[in-house]
Write a protein of this length. Structure first.
Length: 380
């Protein structure tokens, strides 16, 4: 379950119990911060928190402000400033991050349009952009989240005039193509509007080919990180819900069925401890260009032998295929036990998915993350 899915579930439960709720969302970061734009936290009128918007520095002040937002029924944007280390701030005091964090705090009710759009995004299997009004000269019109855009669909929860809807769609699709969130100030018919275009990524999918005991810690870790995990193995007695709780799908696929039985997208890890089975999986993945990564458990000689066998059997290896095959699988952290190996594998998967080189952060010269939110201006 992803962080967003956990938050939506908590929101549903709290509203059913008659609790008042507010949603705090990081919409912009300037400089360094613990969480990036899109981080969310649900606050109830009893002070219960689900999710985080910082490492713990902002939560107390955000909770106090959320109670005010619930009482007044109006959203508020709060800017937390930690650029001045000598400034003893009362709000989120002494963050030490040297950055500005802009947080939108808005009341949440049953059937709330923002939550409904987030629910659509959480259930989607493709990237989406959520469009949220942060500031309008006419705040009574279309405040909060109003639109969700995917590559092939548009979802709205508010009535928008045709010109505004067309402009928002164009800007949202551009944000979707960039893969980055952005805060933009747009001038439309003389009205200045500040909008948050938030990129929402679907839960990454991992298919593990193998059902041994060493798969269990990898499954647990991946699920805790919000990945959707499928387990595939040829041994029916091992592919069971009792052995792999939390798996999205469990499939028994024999060697001869793998050509049609492999998943055609996401990430794949081959760890059946059966060379013939792993080779058959690798063979079936040759013509699956949407599979981003293939990890092979075992020594480098095993990976090299498998690729040689495919070549000797006359298979045409597409350009770029070998580059996405990683064997041995995992980062070099000296892992030995199954739990440590799971950490090494997941660290590599996260590295590949996020497009970040692995290494010690202390050796990094520059920011950890690419800027996710910038202010741009466009006149219409």
């Amino acid at each position: 379950m992803t962080e967003l899915q956990r938050l939506l579930l908590a929101c549903d439960e709290q509203l059913k119990q008659g609790r008042q709720c507010a949603l705090a969302t990081v919409v912009q970061v300037e400089g360094s911060a613990y969480r990036r734009p899109g981080a969310r936290m649900l606050i109830t009128d009893t002070g219960q928190l689900t999710g985080t918007i910082s490492g713990g520095c902002l939560e107390g002040d955000a909770r106090r402000r959320a109670l005010k937002v619930m009482q007044q029924g109006k959203p508020e944007i709060v800017i937390y400033d930690s650029l001045d280390l000598d400034d003893d701030l009362e709000q989120g005091a002494q963050l030490g991050c040297q950055g500005l964090v802009h947080v939108l705090i808005e009341p949440v009710e049953t059937g709330d349009k923002a939550m409904e759009l987030l629910r659509v995004a959480a259930d989607a299997n493709e990237p989406a952009v959520l469009t949220t009004f942060l500031k309008r000269q006419q705040p009574e019109d279309n405040s909060g989240a109003v639109m969700l855009v995917t590559a092939g669909a548009i979802f709205t929860q508010s009535e928008l005039n045709k010109q505004l809807e067309a402009l928002l769609t164009i800007e949202a699709r551009q944000a979707l193509a960039r893969g980055q969130s952005v805060v933009q100030s747009l001038s439309i018919d003389g009205e200045e509007i500040e909008i948050f275009f938030e990129n929402l990524k679907p839960a990454p999918q991992l298919t593990i080919y193998g059902a041994g005991n060493d798969v269990q810690p990898l499954l647990k870790l991946a699920v805790n990180l919000g990945w959707k995990v499928n387990i595939v193995d040829g041994r029916a007695n091992l592919v069971t819900p009792e052995r792999f709780p939390g798996a999205a799908n469990l499939r028994c696929v024999k060697v001869g069925e793998l050509e049609q039985g492999v998943d055609s997208f996401g990430f794949a890890v081959l760890m059946s401890h059966n060379y013939i089975y792993d080779l058959a999986v690798l063979k079936a993945l040759i013509n699956k260009p949407s599979v981003q990564y293939i990890g092979i458990l075992g020594p480098k000689k095993k990976k090299d032998r498998m690729l040689d066998d495919l070549h000797n059997e006359g298979h045409i290896i597409p350009s770029g295929f070998v580059d996405k095959v990683f064997g041995p699988v995992g980062l070099n952290i000296g892992a030995e036990a199954a739990e440590e190996i799971a950490v090494a594998i997941m660290a590599e998967l996260v590295t590949i998915r996020n497009g970040h080189p692995a290494g010690f952060l202390r050796d990094l010269d520059g920011p950890i993350h690419k800027p996710e939110s910038v202010i741009a201006y466009a006149a219409r």
